[in-house]
Write a protein that binds this ligand. Sequence first.
Ligand SMILES: [Zn+2]
Ligand SMILES: [Zn+2]
Length: 286
Amino acid sequence: MASHRCRKDPCGFICLILTYLSVIYADYVIIQYVLIPFWFSFHGVVFNLILVLLLACHFKAVFSDPGMVPLPEAAIDFSDLRSQSSRNNDRGSCEGWTLCNRCETYRPPRAHHCRVCQRCVRRMDHHCPWINNCVGELNQKYFIQFLFYTGLSSLYCIALVVVTWVWRFRGERERGGESETAASKHFIIAHYIILLAESILFGVFVMVIFYDQLVSIISDETPIEQVRNRLMKDKGASRPHPRKPTLALLREVFGRGSMLCWLLPLHSSPPMAGGIIYSALPDYDV
Ligand SMILES: [Zn+2]
Ligand SMILES: [Zn+2]
């Protein structure tokens, strides 16, 4: 399983802990110092609903199989192929299938090897330490949903903190005095500043990645493929590839169901009609 292998990555483990601590801290400050003093019960429900969806999408992105190419049950003898094309082992393909020397298996078109997971992943986008897993064909939807809800909750936090801050201290001025001690006032302001910094930092970060993900889907090129295609273009060896409609490309990632389901971390139909069958290797003569 992907998640079992990736849990060994210390960077991924630290990022997971940091993610959960950031969510818990944001909820604590919003409930304790923003909503309760002003009885914004509606915002409390909406904010916590967004956090529940954020955590559910994160959980699915972390623990779902990103689309790992299964390893063969028996070792395959690649010696002939290696001797024939030791340099072109990533390109010596038959209908787009390639050979991975590290996994010692055949992989379908658009699959790439992840050095952290030590496995090939179908339509691999990148390895993300924040989910301690690869982003690939089967979990990209959950990853993008996680980015969306993180961005949304960050914006919500910023708006709630700024409005409460202004309201709180304008009210004090109108009442003509301080309702709290200086120490507690400074303590609350410190929480507001930390939460604002956290929200701006994570908000900007996830929005940039969210944008990149959408561009990568719409252009039908993962970042790995973008680099490879650019290199091939420079060498004059690029092949034009048929352009699919944008909606079809989005449905490949988010599923064929209602667009409302695109916002929920629900399992959707396989992105490719009929999926890829791995029970048999391609018809290679090895
Ligand atoms: Zn591999
Ligand atoms: Zn990986």
